[in-house]
Design a protein around this ligand. Structure first.
Ligand code: HEC
Length: 474
């Protein structure tokens, strides 16, 4: 069994996940703006051409400019950036996504091309066209944009709930997985809300038009906030489809997840409550500052939601199929026998600074197995997490990593590697002295081996309440 090794980047004190996460959140937000924006433009064009709202036409052109600038330019830049960062951070995950969904990516790309082409044509010629051609272009734009969400949503939701794919490996079983529809509708509703708040902001910034016109437009745009009323229901539905252990993390199992989840829910609730109030109380005027604030809050809610979605997948990047550190569950037994970094060809950057071979081995093990979620001394720093533990405790906790925290994968190396890792952490804990003895105590290694055997090579189980018989692998 030969597993692939890729170069592993070091972002210093910043955890890798955070490096992707930051860009990902902005990209998702912009992409959702593009999708909701397309739908909103169709609606307003329809209002304009059926004589239901004479102010709508001028707005459609103004709003479209903003949409094109923001979503095409920034959306495309961050989109390509996403490929760049995710490949830096987890090439094997991306490899698996491409392998499994090759044609889906291709289809997604054709829809994206259609979206860009239709969008560009409207941008260029929209003003000169008659109503039905305008509508045709906008519908094409909006449909293509929504379908690019449709396709990408299948792949992203597959990572968390691969469904029948786990057994059959069938592409459609993976694509139309258990959380496909709740997540698709959830994102559609979010997109509509983002588009509506952005529209409120643009309406306030328009140079032409009086307050009355603006009020009329604002009220029309606010119609796109109505689906927010479905959010609680959609949230519950989505929640019901995700694995039980993932659910347990956000309900107290992991402090950070629970915190971010609460933040996302609270902020979404505030946004939803305000929006519905504004809809019902028809005289309410949403000014520029309020629109901007609501838009910013939607970004916060998106950030919280995306963070949780990525976080609750731990210890996997593709549930049951690939751990976050790019090791497949069925490779662990083999790696315990031959060592996880025995065949890792990439040299250490800091090799010269490490006083002995054992520490170099430990550094490689850390880099390969832990550095995707930890730093040595920064965000989620191992030095800080383990500083109170004796070497003995470190050995036990790492040998049974999946029991220590079920959102960590099992340790995937030999007893010698584990001891080297413990020494590496010890050495960091004691301020990286120039001299450091190697340890090769047979008894210690035998004890580690015993702990490793006891822990087994299976993933851990979340401990919270109903999780024992995890119905996770639906
Ligand atoms: C999938 C991501 C992930 C991987 C891979 C991972 N960890 Fe963790 N680990 C975490 C998270 C998240 C925490 C929780 C930190 C907290 O509680 O604040 C954690 C906590 C810990 C703790 C503290 C446990 C406690 O009870 O306080 C130790 C020790 C630790 N990890 C060691 C390791 C080692 C060693 C490796 C590599 C062999 C590793 N981890 C790999 C995500 C991971």
């Amino acid at each position: 069994m030969d597993l692939p090794y890729y170069p592993i980047n070091d972002f210093g004190p910043l955890m890798k996940g955070l490096a992707i996460g930051g860009l990902g959140i902005i990209h998702v937000f912009l992409a959702q703006f593009a999708i909701g924006g397309g739908m909103l433009l169709c609606y307003l064009q329809w209002l304009a051409q059926t004589g239901r709202c004479r102010q709508a036409r001028a707005f459609v052109d103004g709003y479209f400019k903003v949409l094109v600038l923001v979503s095409f330019v920034l959306g495309a830049v961050t989109g390509v950036g996403m490929w760049f960062t995710t490949i830096q951070v987890s090439p094997r995950t991306i490899g698996m996504m491409v392998d499994e969904f090759h044609w889906i990516w291709a289809i997604e790309w054709t829809f994206f091309s259609l979206e860009v082409t239709a969008g560009y044509c409207f941008y260029r010629y929209g003003k000169r066209l008659n109503d039905s051609s305008r509508m045709a272009l906008l519908s094409l734009y909006a449909t293509a944009a929504w379908f690019s969400l449709f396709w990408i949503n299948g792949i992203l939701s597959w990572q968390l709930t691969p469904g029948g794919w786990t057994e059959t490996g069938h592409v459609w079983a993976g694509f139309f997985n258990p959380s496909f529809f709740p997540s698709l509708i959830f994102r559609t509703v979010t997109s509509m809300a983002i588009a509506a708040f952005a529209a409120c902001l643009v309406i306030n910034l328009m140079p032409e038009g009086n307050r009355e016109d603006r009020t009329i437009l604002l009220r029309k745009a606010a119609h796109f906030l109505a689906p927010l009323g479905l959010m609680p229901l959609l949230g519950v539905w989505y929640f019901a489809t995700i694995p039980a252990d993932s659910r347990a993390y956000v309900m107290g199992g992991s402090a950070a997840m629970t915190l971010f989840m609460s933040l996302a829910v609270l902020v979404s609730f505030l946004i939803g409550a305000y929006s519905l109030l504004a809809l019902l109380k028809r005289t309410m005027y949403m000014n520029g500052a309020t629109s901007l604030l609501l838009l910013a809050l939607t970004l916060v809610a998106t950030a919280g939601g995306e963070f949780v979605r990525e976080g609750v997948r731990k210890p996997y990047t593709v549930r049951m199929a690939l751990y976050s550190n790019s090791i497949r569950p069925d490779e662990i037994e083999h790696l315990r026998r031959v060592g996880s970094v025995t065949n890792d060809p990439y040299p250490l950057l800091e090799a010269e600074e490490l006083p002995n071979e054992q520490l170099r081995l430990g550094a490689k093990v850390y880099r390969f197995q832990c550095s995707i979620c930890h730093t040595t001394s920064g965000v989620n720093g191992l030095k800080e997490l383990t500083h109170a533990w004796s070497p003995e405790q470190k050995r036990l906790m790492i040998a049974q990593l999946q029991r220590t925290k079920p959102f960590m994968p099992p340790f995937a190396g030999s007893a010698e590697e584990l001891e080297a890792l413990v020494q590496y952490l010890q050495w960091h804990g004691e301020g990286q002295p120039d001299d450091w003895p190697e340890t090769h105590d047979e008894e210690v290694l035998a004890q580690i081996q015993q702990w490793l055997d006891e822990a087994g090579t299976q993933a851990g189980q979340a401990h919270t309440g109903d999780v024992a018989n995890s119905g996770g692998e639906q």
